[in-house]
Design a protein around this ligand. Sequence first.
Ligand code: UD1
Ligand code: MG
Length: 465
Amino acid sequence: MAVNVVIMAAGKGTRMKSALPKVLHRLAGVSLLQHVLDASAGLGAARTVVVTGHGAPEVEAAVAAPPNAPGIVCVRQMPQLGTGHAVQQALPALDDANAVTLILNGDVPLIRSATARALVEACGGARLALLTIELADASGYGRIVRDGGAGAPIRAIVEHKDASAAQRGIREIYTGIMAAPTRLLRRWVMALRDDNAQREFYLTDIVAMAVAEGVPVVGSAAPSETEVLGVNSPVQLADLERRLQRARAEALMEAGVRLADPARFDLRGTLACGSDVEIDIGCLFEGAVTLGDGVRVGAHCCIKDARIESGAVIHPYTHIDGARVGAGALIGPYARLRPGADLGAAVHIGNFVEVKNSTLAAGAKANHLAYLGDATVGERVNYGAGSITANYDGANKHRSVIGNDVHVGSNCVLVAPIVIGDGATIGAGSTIGRDAPAGQLTVARARQASIAGWKRPQKATAPKG
Ligand code: UD1
Ligand code: MG
């Protein structure tokens, strides 16, 4: 069934105490609003309308940016006179050819497409369908008022501030999400009044209108509380973050991934894992990450947009961004792989080694305190402690090409552009500014000298008197 989606995102979010509009705060690395837009896209909505108000320019820019499809309509609500008033602003952008209009909240991020789809089906273009849930503490929420006990017909939604003492005892609440027949919604929303405790146009008043007209009102229970929790404060945002991360951790564990502690695991993107993957505590994964069979990730690693092939071991405190790590490689602890690092099988990268835009062929090693930038490194190269590629002349970047089986001693500077031939050895402490031939020892450092009979200077003794 074709659907319009209205996402209400005009509210201020006062309790966030932030200059950033509430719906742009991030949950698992993605804005609250983007989570809702993703759910809406998953629903295959024919038309999506976002109601903006506070921080409208920023929110509208976010809506217009990838990964969102072009064509999402933003309408401004100025000033904000309630949820009914918000939907009034969206009416001109709705397409009546889409029989159902689904109302979502920009600050209720974890609604799943499947749940929204079920609500749309419950509406079917003929009924008013409300997503509800029972809460132990329902205070602050709109209560679902029925003609009798549970399951009896719904009569109205009464907002907390307008509810009687008896109504405040109701634990079944409206989640803020509904699906309505588009043509009826149009008429009902235009007839709203603000004669209530908050002097607002309540969208929820359309329930009583539907009942009065004999249009069936159906309540559909949300499958989980997490899906319908809203974000109003940093505490609620953090609570939702942990719930989402817990769910992601559990899904990975169900698939066989061994997480040392699901409470100390964060995924802000996608993580595809082979079999027998182990992830120690405190790791953060961002973007699209793939871990092959038997990969082990040590504690407190940050891994973003990377492919780690089977059997590789990432030791603690390693940062990887935009890199590939070959099968059986050993990385870290405290290593940094930057974008364009492409490491072959069984490569070893040790502590305080930085690799950027460089290819290391199978078996190459850089085990201590080194920099490889814009380098092509051959097989079985041993790159000594403290050595660096001087790849930047202050204006341009240049390449270093290091052949197979090269040994670069400790504390060398390779001044790029430079080529080190296969099997060459570079003596420790050399600054290499010209190409080094294959198979030879190249040394470029001052000769060592010892001066016999040399005396250390003495402090001058001050004259007496
Ligand atoms: C609303 C419901 C309440 C429900 C609760 C669930 C109404 C009248 N009440 O109450 O029954 O239990 O959500 O969380 O709908 N917004 C606008 N423009 C406005 C006002 C609000 O875009 O003028 C947006 C807000 O940014 C937010 C959403 O609508 O995303 C809900 O508004 P909010 O003020 O939080 O409504 P509640 O009082 O919580
Ligand atoms: Mg609210």
